[in-house]
Design a protein around this ligand. Structure first.
Ligand code: DO4
Ligand code: MG
Length: 276
């Protein structure tokens, strides 16, 4: 079942039909059994037309894991080699403790179809397409959405202590378009794909960049990432956790204003945003 948040409330999608759900997002995340709540709506609420999806978020904080794919480890080592990054990214890739960082409050999260931003003081910016876990207050994964962890590679590469500035700024995080509600892990064959379209290119439609990976490349188990996040850290309304990127464009690629970023994950859908 897929869950959408809209101006008219929550909707559950099952077999391509949409049913209204009479609870708010936080109540659903806090619930002991969100799957039964959603199933009851499918069984008893009338079929309705889905209106434009908003980011599927209430009061949750958004956190992120990093260097969870070999491709991310190698790209960071290269971008930060002058700052000594040759060793610390490699060490965190193989350490027991993962890299976890704060990414966004709900207010900072951009809706599907809305604009994401690149920093005005950055000159090397990329999207990071990431499977994103929806975790309830009891540290259980209850669903999955698509996340874009927009990042300024030159700022993060200059000094690791600049990471929060490279990662957290207005329009740096997009989520959606829905949550795939499921207590089960996603199959390792699940594909993550990204296409970046550049309207200024004469052949708009040909991607300026495209890439893909699968969950088989993710080094860490999502459940284990969730349990690290909740260690000595409580989330009364639950939390989102981005699981890291496995797709990094070549070093000569940077986003530019007007680019359209399309991220798809099997079973969830496609998240599209334009760079303002
Ligand atoms: O260590 C820097 C950030 C890593 C990250 O965001 C990722 O691997 O996705
Ligand atoms: Mg990332």
């Amino acid at each position: 079942m897929r869950l959408y948040r809209t101006k008219r409330g929550l909707f559950v999608e099952y077999e391509r039909r949409f049913h209204g759900l009479n609870v708010d997002f936080d109540t659903l995340v806090r619930s002991d059994d969100p799957f039964s709540l959603a199933q009851t709506a499918v069984n008893s609420a009338p079929v309705r037309t889905l209106t434009e999806p908003l980011a599927p978020i209430g009061s949750q904080e958004v956190w992120a894991a990093g260097v969870t794919y070999f491709r991310s480890r190698s790209a960071r080592m290269e971008e930060s080699k002058d700052a000594g990054g040759g060793s610390f990214y490699d060490r965190v890739y193989s350490a027991v403790r993962p890299e976890l960082f704060f990414k966004a409050t709900a207010r900072r999260v951009v809706n599907p179809g809305a604009n994401v931003h690149i920093r005005t003081d950055a000159n090397w910016s990329v999207p990071e397409p990431e499977l994103t876990l929806l975790i309830n207050p009891r540290a259980e994964i209850i669903g999955y959405t698509i996340g874009n962890d927009m990042s300024s590679r030159d700022i993060e590469g200059e000094n690791p202590l600049y990471l929060p500035q490279a990662k957290v700024y207005d329009g740096s995080c997009a989520l959606g378009p829905c949550v795939l509600l499921s207590p089960e892990p996603l199959p390792k064959t699940t594909r993550i794909q990204i296409k970046i379209l550049r309207p200024s290119d004469s052949a708009f439609g040909n991607a300026a960049f495209d890439g893909n990976t699968s969950l088989a490349e993710l080094k860490r188990d999502p459940k284990e990432l969730a349990s690290w996040l909740y260690r000595d850290n409580s989330f009364p309304d639950g939390a989102y956790l981005m699981t890291g990127t496995g797709i990094v464009p070549a070093d000569d690629f940077t986003l530019t204003h007007g680019d359209v970023i399309r991220i798809s994950i099997d079973g969830i859908g496609t998240l599209e945003n334009r760079v303002a």
